[in-house]
Design a protein around this ligand. Structure first.
Ligand SMILES: [Ca+2]
Length: 299
């Protein structure tokens, strides 16, 4: 993914939100990548090409091989909540009845605290310096917000939303979550980067694979109980990744959350948060009118 062109930047700056959303889509992805991702996810790679499998496992009993296959899940909607239709959602997390949300677009990016039940924005702060905000994670009393191509992570005080400091990094920033030890970051490729939560230094990287093929376009993330959940850009699929090996252990089909008549003026599904008390997930999308409380169940 090369840098955005100067004409593309101008378009993003002057465009209205929906037009800018379209520009973001057009500029941010090569057309064949989604096809690659799709073929990877629907790929027919034989089980024995999966890199995690030892020769014992390849030749092991059928029951054991089945256990190693990718689980196929779907979304069961539990509740629906209003979601601000000006929120070009790029990062989402849940904390004690409140959602914390990062919204994107150049010159429109925000950090928000949102009441779950009403969808009301309780607090919002404009992201500085015309940055394009992306993923969001909480580390202790801090919120860390990525930027798309600006190569800086903004660190805010969770209590006051005051900007405390910035970390620099190389490359694009898409999704972010914190697993209690590392910050996990996506950049729109099949790579996850694990970073020191204090210094933002790279600790390690892993390539994510689904049935032996690269799982590209990893976008918004959520770290949940030893898995990294990622929604796939321009898809309504979510993958559950083993962060040690990068192997996708489950694919969740999240299609059809919005009714066709609700799709007007909306962009892609983006935004995963998790409530450890209920073990429910929250899903929404860019400019979506609804946020969904869901659980993942077998297909
Ligand atoms: Ca998240």
């Amino acid at each position: 993914m090369g840098p955005v062109s100067s004409s593309g930047s101008a378009f993003l700056i002057i465009g209205a939100s929906v037009a800018a959303a379209a520009g973001y889509v057009a500029l941010n992805r090569l057309p064949n990548e989604d096809g690659n991702a799709r073929s990877a996810e629907r790929g027919t790679a034989a089980d024995n090409t999966a890199p995690e499998q030892s020769s014992n496992e390849r030749t092991g009993p059928p029951a054991r091989r089945r256990k190693r296959e990718v689980e196929r899940l779907r979304v069961r909607v539990i509740r629906r909540y209003p979601h601000a239709t000006d929120a070009f959602t790029q990062g989402l997390l849940f904390e004690q009845g409140k959602l914390l949300e990062s919204t994107g677009l150049r010159a429109q990016s925000t950090l928000r605290e949102v009441e779950l039940a009403s969808g009301n924005v309780l607090r919002r702060t404009a992201v500085p310096d015309n940055l394009f905000a992306e993923g969001l994670a909480q580390v202790g009393g801090d919120l860390i917000q990525l930027t798309w191509q600006d190569e800086q992570a903004l660190v805010y005080d969770r209590a006051t939303f005051q900007l405390k400091k910035r970390h620099r990094y190389e490359g694009e920033g898409w999704g972010l979550c914190y697993d209690g030890k590392d910050l996990v970051m996506s950049d729109g490729t099949d790579q996850l980067t694990f970073r020191d939560p204090d210094s933002f230094a790279v600790r390690r990287r892993v390539s994510v694979t689904l049935e032996g093929q690269p799982a590209r376009d990893l976008n918004e993330l959520e770290c949940v109980r030893g898995r990294v959940y990622a929604n796939i850009w321009q898809r309504e699929d979510i993958v559950a990744i083993d962060p040690q090996t990068g192997i996708v252990r489950a694919v969740i089909d999240a299609r059809g959350l919005l009714k066709p008549e609700q799709r007007h003026h909306t962009d892609v599904l983006n935004g995963i948060a998790y409530d450890p008390k209920t073990k429910h997930f929250f899903l929404t999308g860019k400019l979506w009118p609804t946020l969904f409380e869901v659980e993942f169940v077998p297909e």
